[in-house]
Design a protein around this ligand. Structure first.
Ligand code: ADP
Ligand code: MG
Length: 277
């Protein structure tokens, strides 16, 4: 994990644009189990439209599980159970009859390890997001979406002349931005990012942070990170999760990032953000 202190990421062009027409996300009393093992306890959190919300906390406190609950990937895990509500733009993503695929189209996910299709061309990787979501577009529209998605992911300038080369030929950091472009191609309302920079070097990390800054205000982002500097650089709101050996993960404290880091209300938050556990 990098502890470099980098200057703040410049605000994106749309950073201060009002979040009109954007969807926020909210959970109410979300609890989760794997078999009889309860891993999350009554997690209630609002993730404001157009903002970046950072989820922080020690390993094993349920951050990844929480992200998977948000876009209905949790139910794909054998033995997984869930209670509570997840509201996308006020509408429960677990409403009976709602299709998981539709939820996952609107709430995209980027993982710790970049996972493009390595043998597939860069442009087909981006367009594969459309295919997986069952969205059919013509050739021209498809080319336009590939370019605009790569631009929004901050990768266009690096790949414009090599769109036919395999995704696997890119550097790790470029592959991660390719995965971001693939997610963006289906115009999600929400982008979930689970430690998207943990496998990247500091320069690539910086590129991804710049991409996040550019996306801010255009969609709603929830990012899990163990990098406290990163949480402060990219997020406006922050939630600190904690589990103990006999209590499931819960939110100890949530609020504006500045407050969580500058004047935490809970001693455990202060200890964690200052690297004392
Ligand atoms: P974090 O992302 O904060 O490190 P996780 O959400 O990965 O935490 O894990 C939370 C708890 O759930 C841990 O105790 C972990 O062992 C458990 N867990 C995670 N995934 C599974 C799974 N597929 N089956 C059983 N237990 C799991
Ligand atoms: Mg995790």
């Amino acid at each position: 994990e990098t502890t470099l202190t980098l200057p703040p990421v410049p605000s994106g062009a749309f950073a201060d644009a009002p979040a009109e027409g954007l969807a926020g996300l909210e959970t109410r009393d979300v609890s989760a189990w794997f078999g009889s093992h309860k891993v999350l306890e009554r997690v209630s959190l609002g993730m404001a439209a157009g903002e970046v919300t950072a989820l922080i906390g020690p390993s094993g406190c349920g951050k990844s599980t929480y992200l998977r609950i948000l876009n209905r990937m949790h139910e794909m895990v054998r033995g997984a159970a869930l209670a509570g509500e997840v509201l996308l733009d006020g509408d429960d993503v677990y409403r009976p009859g709602r299709r998981p695929a539709e939820v996952r189209r609107r709430i995209g996910m980027v993982f710790q390890r970049p996972n493009p299709f390595p043998a597939m061309s860069i442009q087909d990787n981006v367009a594969s997001g459309l295919k997986l979501a069952g969205i059919k577009v013509g050739k021209e529209e498809r080319e336009h979406l590939v370019e605009s998605s790569l631009r929004r992911a901050g990768l266009w300038d690096e790949v414009a002349t090599r769109l036919h080369t395999p995704g696997g030929s890119l550097s790790g950091g470029q592959q991660q931005r390719l995965c971001i472009a693939r997610s963006l191609a289906v115009s999600p309302d929400i982008l979930l990012m689970d430690e998207p920079c943990s496998a990247l070097d500091p320069t690539s990390t910086r590129r991804v942070e710049e991409t996040i800054a550019e996306l801010r205000g255009r969609l709603t982002i929830v990012i899990v990170t163990h990098n406290m500097q990163q949480a402060q650089r990219v997020s406006q709101s922050c939630a600190f999760f904690l589990a103990t050996h006999d209590t499931p993960g819960r939110i100890v404290e949530a609020g504006p990032t500045e407050q969580l880091f500058g004047s935490p209300r809970d001693q455990r938050t202060a200890d964690y953000v200052n690297g004392r556990f």
